[in-house]
Design a binder for this molecule. Sequence first.
Ligand code: IMP
Length: 423
Amino acid sequence: MSAAVILGAQWGDEGKGKITDLLSEKADVVVRYQGGNNAGHTIVIGDQKFALSLIPSGVLYPTVTPVIGNGVVVDPRWFFEEKATLTKRGVDPSKVKISNNAHLIMPYHRKLDAVIERYLGSAMIGTTKRGIGPAYTDKFARVGIRVQDLFDEKIFMEKLTTSLKLKNKILMKVYNQLPLDIDEIADEYLGYADDLAPHVTDTSLLVYDAVRAGDNVLFEGGQGTLLDIDHGTYPFVTSSNPTAGGAPVGIGIGPTMIDRVIGVAKAYISRVGTGPFPTELHDEIGDKLIDIGGEYGVVTGRRRRCGWLDMVALRYSVRVNGLTDIALTKLDILSHFDTIKVATAYTAEGDRYTEFPRQQGVLYHCVPEYEELPGWNVDISGVTSYDDLPPNARSYIEYIEDHAGVPITTVSVGPGRRATLHR
Ligand code: IMP
């Protein structure tokens, strides 16, 4: 690894936290490039479980500099809470760096996220209600407030006044809510400045210098490819670009500095929130995947929707991210099934799709074409070498690899660090 992107190849929750953690062990710098505290990574170290949302998982290694890039939206209240939790558990978060250009999540963003979802009713996105979408909306409407504004009270107050005036009108007149108090927000946010100052820097320069010096730099995407604002199942997506193209923009380096893109794919598939999901299972097999796979959201605790692996979607992910390799996770969960299905194409209204359909409506009523592969029916969670996997498990991996067109270099067979096979 010199400069590698690691991202979710599906709808998020692929078990990226564990793979990122393994790579972080050898990394000097670990960078988040988009999203915010909507992401959730669970990392199991020995008997300790860490659930991180905003701070990059590299923070667990004293040798790593964790970086929150300009493309991330930062909720400072959350940052300090996560920092305090880490400190209490013996992890030192003092090295975390935050981009001066990152946008802030403000109290009105959180409030708007909740009321907009309520307003959308059955068309709701199912967001994490952490204010992510409204914060990015302000960024692109050019009325956002950035981390650096906290260090210039005059500018901060000017921007807050302009933004809050409109937000309060919207909250009161459209959503029938009480207005937010400017002094309360200003006191809270300006109060963060001193404690935030040691963390804030030009992270673009930091990362550029690190890559140029030959350091191992890992760029960590939140959410997943199919939740990408441009390439995902819009509008049931997050408001940023988790795909690999988002990395250079969200960090402030050129794409030529990145030499590896690892897609983390679960051996089956899941999604939270609403939106199309061709291989979703509404039967007892789906329930079994949820129960055995422990498919409940890290951030919201929501029950995830589950289904068989979708190769149409995975090939799409290889394409839009330029994946160089895949890390396959949660293979052990499939040990409980006699046969395993994989979707290889979709059909809808007489048309057959081997590529992700360009007309999204197709995804709602397409019928997946499945290939049925034999299961292995033995516990593989203690296996430590690829060659010791049952032949049917190896065939499953090789089948995916052949159909995805990129190598599977890592296979995860359990939540712990040791339950990982390298190829
Ligand atoms: P938002 O990112 O909170 O705006 O939510 C938009 C959509 O992305 C919703 O369907 C969320 O459930 C989904 N989402 C956001 N973050 C994650 C994640 O880390 N894993 C899986 N889904 C996520």
